[in-house]
Design a protein. Structure first.
Length: 291
């Protein structure tokens, strides 16, 4: 899998599909009532450090995308997904330069109050469960993350046991320093079967280069509003459309949102949105209406 996308979309549609039926009518939907603040779920796939110059003039500093996420984290609940190399790099003693950079970067995100998840791909339920478990355990042993973000997740109910087993490993092996339970996020990139969604704490139900607001199907009416996440990438007119989109998501009850202008021919997750601070401020303003 390439790092240029989170890899949502679970293949064939299921009963959770929201497309128009053959009769031309829309499926039954539910409107979610907001009961908790909205947060940001941001794929933060860039390396924690950036360098410039060479030889005696070479300098290394924290990646501005990482510092941007950290500096805004006090305003809204923030979850960042780190991805060292399409998953974790191996544990070593002493830590490799790569591992050490991520350990230090994660520590800085934690100081800012960011919840950090480690990226693990599942190849839509076709990846060897032993390899998935190995990635989870590497994060648990060497990274100090707060949970795992499973990518390339199938939306098919027949694979619910696969994802339930993977989620159980996360909750058993990862012990966040905060004392909270480990967090499990999944990314089918579309609405999955309820049995798939029920394996996770957060489900990415939209990952696309558009800002459509697909209605929540009635089959997921028992799924809590704050468990849905929305990712939209490559949005060229972001300053003109972001606030309205986030407001619509807020009133639909969606728990987490991230909208970015990155991705027009480039890796959408290597750098954060150029309008990231405005996104956070929009969400903060909406959250204040809950008081």
């Amino acid at each position: 899998m390439l790092l240029s996308a989170c890899g949502g979309g679970g293949g064939a549609s299921t009963s959770a599909d929201t497309s128009t039926s053959a009769s031309g009518t829309q499926p039954s939907t539910v409107v979610l009532k907001r009961t908790a603040p909205m947060g940001v779920l941001v794929p933060l796939y860039g390396y924690p450090l950036v360098s410039s110059g060479s030889g005696s003039t070479r300098t290394t500093m924290p990646n501005p995308s990482w510092t941007t996420v950290a500096s805004n984290a006090a305003l809204v609940p923030t979850i960042a997904v780190i991805n060292p190399s399409n998953g974790p790099v191996a544990c070593t003693t002493p830590p490799s330069a790569n591992l050490s950079a991520f350990q230090q970067g994660i520590a800085q995100l934690h100081l800012a109050g960011v919840t950090v998840l480690g990226y693990v791909h599942t190849s839509y339920g076709q990846r060897d469960p032993a390899l998935v478990q190995q990635d989870v355990q590497t994060y648990a042993q060497c990274y100090g993350v707060d949970g795992v973000f499973f990518d390339e997740v199938s939306n098919q109910a027949s694979l619910a046991s696969y994802y339930a087993t993977a989620a159980a490993v996360v909750r058993q092996d990862i012990a966040p320093a905060s004392g909270k339970s480990a967090l499990v996020a999944i990314n089918p990139g579309t609405y999955p079967a309820l049995s798939i969604a029920d394996t996770a704490d957060i489900t990415v139900m939209h990952e696309s280069a558009d800002m459509n607001l697909p209605p929540v199907p009635a089959t997921l009416s028992s799924y809590s509003p704050n468990k849905f996440a929305y990712l939209s990438l490559g949005i060229s007119d972001l300053p003109q459309t972001q606030a309205a989109t986030v407001t619509s998501l807020f009133h639909l009850g969606i728990g987490y949102a991230y909208v970015t202008d990155q991705g027009n021919g480039t890796d959408p997750w290597a750098l954060v949105s150029t309008d990231y601070s405005s996104l956070v401020q929009s969400i903060q303003t909406l959250n204040q209406t809950l008081r």
